[in-house]
Design a protein around this ligand. Structure first.
Ligand code: FRU
Length: 527
């Protein structure tokens, strides 16, 4: 297959940028990546395919890169799986294990892995100007891939029909394949069904709804039991939106509702007030409505999150692209650019009667292999009071991610803050603070280090918090160029990239304007 080289491979790294390379997040060795694609578990291995420019570190030449892992934290990059050519770029999509050999690509005993991806057709193609869905398959457990000669298998003659996520649906009438994809510029999710992955019938569409100011991309649909109750199954529809997310630019929203094999119907409780912006006062209303949407993440850098197929024990694990199209091509790293978020296990729990997603970082418990990563304790403190003072925590350690777990009762404090990758005078660093009056958790990267590479990068992101019996619970993962915050057991998540200065490895916890009680404070490293 011919390649589509139109960007030079970067030859040298910018001095010093290798220190931003994360310890437990996937990055391509020396190229660009965006969306996670084709997440699938098969034969003891997690496969992560991803939007990749094999020839450079900016977006272009879109192909599916490939990496594998046994523990979801340490990845081995594999050769490019599905390469662009002179007729098409390979946009986002999914992979299924065709257990019943419905496609005929494998055998009943040795199922094929089938990739359903978007062909973004180029000028040299007879389908030029359209995006349509195509297949590629692997009969050697994901090592090599062949494009299907009957491609594309589904077209709408549309320029923005993309990002198919396919799953096996089991209904009263039997099982079939269901595809969720988008008409990106119409803010619509479109649903199709198939018996054999090859021939597809239209079922229905959904949208626009909730955050609809930008293109809708990378959808996913899956069932989850609310609070583990098998008699209370709800369907979660993830819809990524760019721009127009709550923190600006790209972000992921979700809806909770019913899916009957044909149509997705959202619960009333997952719909925000309709926007309809026609005046300044309406735009205030629209900004308020945006906060009422259900967000996967309140930070700037979690996009295109989709879930694994075929995960062990029916667990639902998502990975997002830890970036934002606002500045993605300009991140100050080389030769690699961009990382994935940590894998996050998602479950549903009822909050005031409405099911809401809860996300927990997968930091060890799902390991399928022998080489379990072990966290090393740096600090483990019992209950103490913090009053108008700052406590120094262990410094960040080069080569390791740092995990901070805390449970804090705000007490009389007006606010309390973690300073991460900070300077000793506190003037530099990323600040994660809780403000008692506004009941907001705020991730502030305005003094986090290098923010000048793009005017939209310096930012602070607030997220609303409901204390849990008066307690704020935080699980923070800091990994060289990122901060991921899982608050209240994962009901609220904030993810931001940061590019700290080498001379600022200090971490601090402080309480301002009164006294806070620290019930738990544990700091550990993971390599
Ligand atoms: C989302 C996206 C997808 C598309 C891919 C192209 O980030 O725009 O809609 O398939 O990236 O790289």
């Amino acid at each position: 297959m011919s390649s589509c080289l139109d960007a030079a491979r970067p030859e040298t790294a910018q001095a010093g940028t290798s220190r931003f390379r994360p310890a437990i997040h996937f990055t391509a060795r020396d190229t660009w990546l965006n969306d996670p694609n084709g997440l699938v578990f098969y034969d003891g291995l997690y496969h992560l395919f991803f939007q990749n420019n094999p020839y450079g570190n900016v977006w272009g030449n879109m192909s599916w890169g490939h990496a594998t892992s046994r523990d979801l934290l340490h990845w081995t990059e594999q050769p490019v799986a599905i390469a662009c050519d002179e007729t098409e770029e390979i946009f986002s999509g999914s992979v299924v294990v065709d257990h019943g050999n419905t496609s005929g690509f494998g055998t009943a005993d040795a199922p094929a892995l089938v990739a359903i991806y978007t062909s973004a057709y180029k000028a040299a193609s007879e389908h030029s100007g359209t995006q349509a869905q195509s297949l590629a398959y692997s009969t050697d457990a994901g090592t090599t891939w062949l494009k299907y000669e009957g491609n594309p298998v589904l077209t709408r003659n549309s320029a923005n029909f993309r990002d198919p996520k396919v799953f096996r649906y089991q209904g009263d009438q039997g099982a079939c394949w269901v595809m969720v994809a988008v008409e990106a510029q119409h803010q619509k999710v479109v649903f199709y069904r198939s018996e054999d992955l090859n021939s597809w019938d239209f079922l229905s569409d959904f949208g626009p709804a909730n955050a609809d100011a930008g293109e809708w991309e990378c959808p996913d649909l899956f069932p989850l039991a609310v609070d583990g109750d098998p008699d209370n199954i709800k369907w979660v529809l993830i819809v990524n939106v760019n721009p127009g997310a709550v923190a600006g630019g790209s972000g992921g929203q979700y809806f909770v509702g019913e899916f009957d094999g044909v149509r997705f119907v959202p619960d009333a409780g997952s719909l925000a007030a309709p926007a309809g912006v026609t005046s300044i006062s309406d735009s205030v209303a629209a900004a308020a409505a945006l906060k009422e949407c259900l967000w996967l993440d309140w930070g700037r850098d979690c996009y295109a999150s989709v879930s694994f197929s075929n995960a062990p024990d029916d667990r639902r694990i998502i990975i997002g692209w830890m970036n934002n199209w606002d500045y993605a091509n300009e991140l100050p790293t080389a030769p690699w650019r961009s990382a994935m978020t940590l894998p996050r296990e998602v479950t549903l729990t009822a909050v005031n009667g409405s099911p809401r997603l809860v996300q927990q970082p997968v930091l060890a418990d799902l390991c399928a292999g022998e080489d379990l990563p072990t966290a090393k304790d740096q600090m483990n403190a019992d209950t103490f009071e913090l009053r108008n003072t700052a406590l120094r925590l262990p410094d960040s350690v080069p080569g390791s991610a740092q995990i901070i777990e805390a449970e804090i009762v705000p007490g009389s404090a007006e606010s309390f803050s973690f300073l991460l990758f900070g300077s000793s005078d506190g003037s530099k660093g990323t600040i994660l603070s809780y403000n008692t009056t506004s009941a907001q958790l705020i991730l502030d990267r305005r003094q986090s280090g290098n923010t000048g590479f793009h005017e939209k990068f310096a930012s602070d992101e607030p997220a609303p918090i409901v204390l849990d019996g008066g307690v704020l619970r935080l699980h923070i993962v800091v990994d060289h160029c990122s901060v991921e915050v899982f608050a209240q057991g994962g009901k609220v998540v904030l993810t931001d990239l940061i590019f700290p200065e080498t001379e600022n490895p200090e971490n601090w916890l402080s309480a301002e304007g009164g006294s806070a009680t620290i019930l738990k404070l544990a700091v550990s490293t993971l390599t």
